[in-house]
Design a protein around this ligand. Structure first.
Ligand SMILES: Cc1ncc(C[n+]2csc(CCOP(=O)(O)OP(=O)(O)O)c2C)c(N)n1
Ligand SMILES: [Mg+2]
Length: 703
């Protein structure tokens, strides 16, 4: 039963005079400590421990409101109303063994897992030495490797998939750890929440979903979110789900320990829909009086978890009024001290601004090797990838793979992974038809130390995973300032010339090269594909591995097979044809158009140098500039459409680095700014051809 308290607008229950019973603070403290020792491990002790945490949240929030008024913090999202759920459940788990995925309203969880007050304030104020993110992440976004508190983003709902991914790793490691993941009720309208429920249920993963239903998503009331309820939605996916009063510790302590135990015993996920109240506005940028009236706000106060807790502690005579006041002052002083200390720290100076976007791998070029072929027999690009994957599965037991249809007997719609399930069992498996899951679960497993290499069946269909591929995976290292890493490999079948029409022909290299954090590679021949998939499988960074469908079995893309030690380092392009009159810079399928043009030009006595970039991020600038300085003329060719294609980036860099070396304007040959049409005649008109490339080469040669 909930002990409702009377909402009187005061922060605390009136416990009488501060110098209760006329006793001095020190005397009361001794008595209290003695009593706590006597009652050690009793329920009273855990209640008092939780009370201190709940009080800490209250004073932190009060201090943060003051900092916000002073302009020292740009974003404060008070967890008042949620604190008993957050600190209470966190206290029932094992930080450092269990895992925690929080959201932007999680100071209760941060305090609950034991993040220090100074770390909380350093993060909130974004000061130098902030161990959460070094001032990179927003306030309210906490992180600690020691506590298994994973750095989060501000995206609503996208934490659920990585959380399920970590749970997959926990289960694969045979541990009984629990992965706690939380959000508000509004965030549960996001598809990624459904996908995470689905994946967690289908594999019985140890996830504790804690949805805190405070009735509002900023100003939008919960009825607007769904005709169902969070609990029912979870049950629909086969997840055990319970609703409870999240403002009272009785409910929590009565029910949650058993639920946690149930998860630890391997029975699968549980969802708790905790009914809470939002006592403060959504954030420091919101004024909730615009959409909540006085009656409602007063009613919310009746459910104030702190007031209820104090009432209960007094009622059960766990503390006297005087003792309670003593603890309040003590916690307040601790919070104040930490706040003042953090406020005295300097602002970050930006010296490490560009650190921890990528791994600090020493000059990757130096770790390359030259190919030693295992036979003279040429193999296709598709077989090269398959063999590279097989070797890496053998080499590293933590390599795992999934995607749509990739398991045997089909082995992928193009057959890239054929035979791997037969050899490696569940390590190569089918996923649900859900791209956000494919990427998001991989992100989580990578955070927990696995090496997922996942497949997106067609580049055109990666967009459901956009949140994971843009906001989650590539920001992990950066947003935690190197505390967490997320080295997933995403293999993406891309490109046209296969009469695949608008939804099976897209090139996506410019999209990913624009996002810091990703390595982006695009091999055009078998030996490069094998060397690059192996580099990807060993990379400490996340990698986008683009596979051109038109090259999978192309005869010209065949080469002899390099041995298992061959690795093509990121950032190393390749001269595919030596020349002195003009440079064609290209990658992917247009490499073969460029080679064709080079042959044609040779017959007329003009020599064309063809550079295959192979790696777009990082870009082999040295190779590009050296060639431009040699030939003084450049054409950039790519299959992706012209505007904002990666060629624009290469052209801009050439302009700024070697304008003095150019004897002609830099030309670009690319697809028209259209989607790729289905009819073969139209496809051929949209995509670039050797003919259009030839014309551009002739044009720059005329200067
Ligand atoms: C994907 C995404 N869309 C929109 C937002 C902006 N936004 C931030 S919080 C929020 C409301 C979330 O409400 P709820 O999940 O109920 O959590 P609460 O704030 O109530 O705790 C919105 C729309 C966001 N952060 N992420
Ligand atoms: Mg809400």
């Amino acid at each position: 039963m909930v002990t409702k308290v009377t909402g009187n607008g005061q922060p605390f229950l009136n416990t009488g005079s501060r110098a209760a019973n006329g006793r001095k603070g020190a005397e009361m403290a001794t008595e209290l400590i003695e009593r706590l020792h006597r009652e050690s491990a009793s329920p009273a002790e855990s209640v008092l421990k939780l009370y201190r945490k709940v009080l800490a949240v209250f004073y932190i929030e009060e201090r943060m409101k003051a900092f916000a008024r002073q302009g020292k913090c740009s974003f404060v999202a008070s967890s008042r109303g949620h604190e008993v759920t957050q600190a209470g459940i966190a206290s029932l788990l094992k930080p450092g063994y269990d895992w925690f995925f929080t959201y932007y309203r999680s100071k209760g969880t941060a305090v609950g897992v034991g993040l220090s007050l100074t770390d909380i304030f350093l993060g909130m104020l974004g000061r130098k030495g902030d161990p959460n993110s070094g001032g990179r992440n927003m306030p309210e976004h906490f992180s600690s490797r020691a506590l298994h508190l994973v750095a989060q983003t501000a995206c609503t709902g996208s934490q659920y998939l990585p959380a399920a991914g970590v749970a997959r790793a926990v289960k694969a490691d045979g541990q009984d750890a629990v992965v706690y993941v939380e959000s508000g009720e509004g965030a549960t309208s996001e598809g990624e929440f459904f996908e995470a429920l689905n994946w967690a249920a289908r594999e019985s993963l140890p996830v504790l979903f804690v949805v805190q239903n405070n009735g509002y998503a900023i100003s939008v009331p919960q009825q607007t979110q769904t005709a169902s309820s969070v609990r029912k939605i979870a049950e629909g996916f086969g997840v055990r789900a319970v609703e409870m009063d999240g403002t009272s510790f009785d409910a929590l302590y009565e029910r949650v320990p058993d639920l946690i135990q149930w998860i630890r015993e391997g029975n699968g996920p549980v969802l708790i829909e905790a009914k809470v109240v939002r006592l403060d506005p959504h954030s420091s940028s919101d004024d909730h009086r615009k959409y909540r009236n006085d009656d409602e706000l007063l009613h919310a106060l009746e459910w104030d978890p702190l007031l209820q807790m104090e009432a209960r502690i007094l009622e059960d005579q766990i503390l006297s009024a005087g003792e309670m006041e003593f603890i309040r002052q003590e916690v307040k002083a601790e919070v104040e001290k930490a706040a003042e200390w953090a406020d005295a720290q300097p602002e970050p100076d930006g010296r490490d601004l560009m650190v921890n976007i990528y791994a600090e791998t020493p000059d990757v070029k130096k770790v390359g090797s030259s190919p030693r072929y295992i036979s003279e027999e040429p193999i296709t690009l598709i077989d090269a990838i398959n063999h590279g994957l097989r070797e890496e599965l053998e080499r590293n037991p933590r390599v795992v793979m999934w995607g749509e249809d990739i398991a045997d007997p089909k082995g992928g719609v193009f057959g890239v992974t054929r035979g791997l399930t037969r050899m490696f069992g569940e390590r190569v498996s089918n996923s649900p038809l859900a791209e956000a899951s494919i990427a998001g679960i991989a992100g989580g497993m990578a955070i927990a130390g696995y090496k997922p290499i996942v497949e997106i069946q067609f580049a055109d269909y990666l967009w459901p995973a956009a949140m994971q591929l843009r906001d989650e995976i590539p920001t992990v290292r950066w947003r935690s300032n190197g505390t967490w890493t997320c080295p997933v490999v995403v293999r993406i079948a891309s490109g046209g010339y296969i009469k695949g029409g608008p939804w099976h022909s897209t090139c996506v290299e410019s999209f990913f090269s624009h996002i810091p954090g990703w390595r982006v590679v695009f091999p055009s021949c078998a030996e490069d594909a094998k060397g690059l998939i192996k580099a990807a499988a060993r990379s400490e960074d996340p990698v986008i591995f683009l596979e051109h469908k038109g090259l999978y079995r192309k005869v010209q893309a065949k080469t002899p097979e390099p041995d298992s030690d061959y690795v093509v380092p990121f950032g190393s392009g390749r001269i595919r044809h030596q020349g002195v009159d003009v440079t064609v810079i290209t990658w992917g399928s247009t490499v073969y158009q460029a080679l064709e043009v080079a042959r044609q030009c040779e017959q007329r006595g003009r020599s064309v140098e063809v550079l295959d970039l192979r790696s777009l991020a990082p870009l082999d600038e040295e190779l590009v500039y050296r060639s431009v300085r040699k030939t003084n003329r450049v054409v950039i060719a790519h299959e992706d459409s012209l505007t904002m294609g990666f060629g624009a980036e290469v052209a801009a860099r050439i302009a700024s680095e070697c304008i003095d070396a150019l004897d002609a304007p830099v030309l670009r040959v690319a697809a028209k700014d259209s989607f790729v049409p289905s009819a073969p005649t139209l496809e051929a008109l949209v995509l670039p051809t050797a003919d259009t490339l030839h014309k551009a080469v002739e044009q720059v040669l005329r200067y």
